[in-house]
Design a protein around this ligand. Structure first.
Ligand SMILES: C[S@@+](CC[C@H](N)C(=O)[O-])C[C@H]1O[C@@H](n2cnc3c(N)ncnc32)[C@H](O)[C@@H]1O
Length: 273
């Protein structure tokens, strides 16, 4: 994990302090990192910082996303199969990537790939010379391991953190953008997540997410039982607005919905110049 990313992290236990390695190095591949406030320690192994605390066992669809076989076959088979089942066709990856890139604009600071899975988008963004550093976050260890293996194979520098949203282990105003593709519907407390995104983004930083629209009423209960929380435009707009994000835009591609919002720029008066 590069120092430039390590310096953005916030302790997930006390949610106050920054974290720091034992030695003042440019990169940490192994060894603990410590909270400077509560002194909690977290392991770093193979460049992945494990900031997971107090986690209940995964259930529903998420349980599957934490299986090694699913992680290893995610990009080639699982993701296309899910798209086919949900929408009736496979979405072209290049077009999807181009769309997210244009929605993100030119981030002015590190980009978080939230619920990165195997980092299929994070890896491509990290390989772009005009992108700031990219950090992937996921709760699934097999996904992160596959992510790291693929990034290494592609010769791409990607930093990875294991943590569980809605809480984000990043300091206030530390991120230039947050991209969340295909994982918002796995998070029950989206309002809390949006608050966290608003806290961690720098002024002007964008949040871009893709998820799917709620099905008919009887279907919604089945989805919830599987640990899936699809949301419609108004719910997304309301949550993001309540979190202080502005310039809400949405793109409807039923059953999918893509949204973008950004953290308001602080006024010059508030900044004191
Ligand atoms: C369907 S995959 C999407 C992966 C990738 N972003 C994509 O577009 O294909 C959802 C990912 O979100 C992760 N995830 C689910 N709930 C999460 C949570 N609460 N915190 C962090 N990651 C989570 C899962 O482990 C999984 O890797």
């Amino acid at each position: 994990m590069r120092r430039v990313i390590l310096d953005l992290l916030r302790c997930p236990r006390c949610r106050k302090g920054a974290v720091s390695p034992d030695a003042d190095t440019a990169e940490v591949l192994f060894g603990p990192i410590h909270c400077v406030a509560c002194h909690a320690s977290f392991p770093v192994a193979e460049g992945i910082a494990d900031l997971l605390v107090d986690r209940a066992a995964a259930t529903g669809v998420q349980k599957g996303l934490e299986q090694s076989l699913v992680a290893r076959s995610y990009e080639r088979y699982v993701r296309p199969a899910v798209q086919l089942a949900v929408s009736g066709h496979c979405v072209d990856f290049g077009s999807e990537l181009a769309l997210y890139r244009s929605m993100l604009g030119k981030p002015d600071g590190p980009v978080l790939d939230l619920g990165c899975g195997t980092s299929l988008f994070g890896r491509k963004l990290a390989a772009s010379p005009d992108m700031p550093p990219v950090v992937g976050l996921d709760v699934s260890k097999p996904m992160l391991e596959e992510s790291m293996a693929q990034a290494r194979e592609a010769g791409v520098m990607l930093d990875l953190v294991r943590a569980e949203a809605p809480f984000l282990p990043f300091l206030d105003h530390s991120l230039g953008a947050v991209l969340q593709t295909g994982s918002l519907h796995l998070i029950e407390d989206a309002d809390r997540l949006f608050m966290e995104v608003g806290r961690a983004l720098r002024p002007g930083g964008r949040y871009v997410a893709s998820t799917y629209l709620p099905p008919a009423l009887w279907g919604a209960a089945l989805h919830r039982r599987a640990g899936l929380y699809p949301r419609g435009e108004e719910e997304l707009r309301g949550g993001l607005t309540a979190a202080g994000l502005v310039c809400f835009e949405r793109m409807l591609m039923p059953p999918f919905i893509l949204v973008r919002a950004e953290k308001a720029e602080t006024s010059r008066a508030a900044r004191g110049y």
